[in-house]
Design a protein around this ligand. Sequence first.
Ligand code: SF4
Length: 279
Amino acid sequence: MKIKIAKNAGFCFGVKRAMQMASDELDDKSTKVYSLGPLIHNKQAVSKYEEKGLKVVEAISEIPADERVIIRSHGVGENIYNEAHSKSIKIVDTTCPFVKKIHEIVNDFYKKGYKIIIIGNKNHPEVIGINGWCDDSAVVIKTIDEIDQIDFDENQKYCVVSQTTVDVDDYEKITLKLASVLKDATIKNTICSATKERQLSAKSLAKEVDCMIVIGGKHSSNTQKLVNICKEVTNTFAIETKDELDKEELKKYRLVGITAGASTPDWIISDVIEFLESI
Ligand code: SF4
C-alpha cells in the first residue's frame, strides 16, 4: 500500500497558534487555566490539554477571580472581555488574527452607524463572537433565500462581513444579491483561505487515489465538509482516530490518500499513517 497526504491538511495557522499559546500557559502553574468552551473541535486533543490541567467552562461566571482564561481561536464578543476584566481574570487571547480583523471591522462600522450583516451560521461560536462587537445587533444570513425575507431599510448603510469558513461560491452568490438589493453596502470579504486550500487539496488528492481517509472530529464542520468533498470523488472513510480503521477493508486499496480537518493535531495524523504502514 502507498500513502499520500494532502498538501494542506491538519491544523491551520490560527489553530496551531492557539494550541501553542494554550500549551505555554499550561506550563506556567502559578494560577489555574480555564478555557471558555473546548479549545478545538477535537476531543482527543482537548483531553490531552485537560490532563495538563486545563479546565473547560461555558461561562466567565464559573471562573474564580484572579485565575486565567483562554479565549479560543474562534474569538468572543466584547462583553466577555469586560466580564473577565471586572473579575481580574487574566485573558490569554488566542483569537485568530483573521477573526480579530473581522471584530475590528464590525466594531468600527457599527460605531459609524452602519447596520452589520454577517454571512454565516448564527449558532457558530465565531459568528456569535463577531456579533458581540456590534451589541448583538447584526443580521445573520446563511442562505441566499433568506435575503428575500429581510426587510431592509433603504436609508440605512450596511456593512457585510462573513464567517471565515463560509463556502466561497455561497459567499459570491449572497454578496451579489445583497449588492443588488442594498442601496448603500460596504462588502468585506473576510473568508480565510485555509479552509478553501484544504478543500482544494483534498479534492485533487481524492482524484488520484483509490480511497481517502479523512481524519477529524465528528462535530468539526470543516472536517465534515472535507468528507463530503472526498465522497463525491472516491471511497472515503471518516475517522477521528486510527482505532476506527478496518484493516481487512483497507487491504483492498493500493493507493490511500489522507487529509485532516483544521482542528486535527499532527500526532493523530501520524498515528493513522503508522497504522497504515503496518498493513
Ligand atoms: S480557519 Fe483561518 S480564520 Fe479560522 S482559525 Fe484557521 S487560520 Fe484562523
